[in-house]
Design a protein around this ligand. Structure first.
Ligand code: DAH
Length: 339
């Protein structure tokens, strides 16, 4: 019996294993109920009484040594496994679900980023406004249809308190307080009394840009627009300007970009024209400069305004405007890796 115990001690000291299965096989061989050490315990009954103490001790020692050896093999194997497997050691210990930025915020931030590279800084104004900043200071005639109840949400009449229908109101607020040079970008939410559908909403977002200084010309506007379009939609993007009308700019234009879905060849999205409209712009009307206390003989300026939803649709092809405000996480999660 003693010989057998010593033999097993030597065998166990030499044990090696390369994977979890081999370790388990060794455990079964030596330590399971039908294993070799258990068999020795069974035979212990036959050991003469005078040897029981010594052999009992040795047997217990053997069992401990075997258990320790198997545990040591397991540990060595486990730490080897940690390193060789593809566990990401930089991940946080707790599996926090990460949120994602709203697509409108992603696009708004991108617009701000592009204009800030041209030296524009952010200006913000209130969403609850009065008639002066939203309409009168911006050269809207007294009977202009945009003042109509149909378009504007009024909070109070006479004096009028209303929800701004465009971010152009921030232009007047800044010009009133600051003398040129002025180079601002005004992001914000605007409201219009529209029936909600896939293509219209009673609130949406705009970004306005305004540049007023000596000798600002239409060429500056055009170059700024071209830079913006290429940065936003890629270097292949072309722009075209169509004459238009806004009360606060003269001359005024609308800008189209070559359709970024079909590359200008014509598709359903651009109604087979190859062009899609993205913003309104123009030279600030001298009446607006004067209304805000800026000398229109010394200074000129350009302004432009665009809808953030429109730009986002072009970038991400969101077909239904309502998706932007429903906060369905399945929609929002689609933008997780965008930025
Ligand atoms: N405020 C206009 C709108 O809401 C957009 C716009 C057009 C802004 C031309 C401008 C501009 O600054 O020059 O439709």
């Amino acid at each position: 019996m003693l010989e057998k115990i010593n033999q097993l001690r030597e065998d166990i000291a030499r044990l090696k294993a390369e994977n979890a299965e081999q370790i388990e096989a060794l455990r079964i061989k030596y330590l399971s109920k039908k294993g070799e050490i258990s068999a020795l315990f069974n035979d212990f009954r036959t050991v003469p009484n005078e040897q029981k103490k010594e052999i009992g001790q040795k047997l217990n020692e053997l069992k401990n040594i075997a258990t320790e050896k198997i545990n040591a093999l397991r540990e060595a194997f486990a730490s080897k496994d940690d390193i060789s497997s593809d566990i990401d050691l930089t991940r946080s210990a707790v599996p926090y679900a990460e949120g994602s930025r709203h697509p409108l915020s992603l696009v708004k931030n991108e617009i701000i980023d592009i204009f800030s590279r041209l030296g524009f800084t952010i200006a913000e104004g209130p969403e609850v406004e009065d008639d002066w900043y939203v309409f009168s200071s911006l050269n809207f005639a007294a009977d202009h249809p945009a003042r109509d109840m149909q378009d504007t949400f009024f909070i109070q009449r006479n004096p009028d308190v209303l929800l701004r229908t465009h971010t152009s109101s921030v232009q007047s607020r800044v010009m009133e307080k600051t003398q040129p040079p002025i180079r601002i970008i005004c992001p914000g939410r605007v409201y219009r009394n529209e029936a909600i559908s896939y293509r219209a909403h009673c609130f949406f977002h705009q970004v306005e840009a305004l540049y007023v200084d000596k000798n600002v010309t239409f060429a500056d506007l055009k170059q700024t627009l071209l830079y913006f379009a290429k940065e936003m939609f890629g270097p292949e993007t072309k722009i075209r300007l169509r004459p238009s009308y806004f009360p606060f700019t003269e001359p005024s234009a609308e800008m189209d970009i070559s359709c970024n879905l079909c590359g200008g060849k014509g598709c359903n999205f651009c109604k087979h024209t190859g062009w899609v409209e993205i913003l309104g712009c123009g030279m600030v009307d001298p009446n607006v400069l004067e209304a805000c206390g800026i000398d229109s003989k010394q200074y000129t300026g350009f302004a432009l305004g665009m809808g953030v939803e429109r730009i986002t649709n072009l970038k991400y092809q969101v077909k239904d405007l309502r998706m932007f405000s429903e906060n369905d996480v399945r929609f929002l999660e689609e933008f997780e890796s965008a930025h």
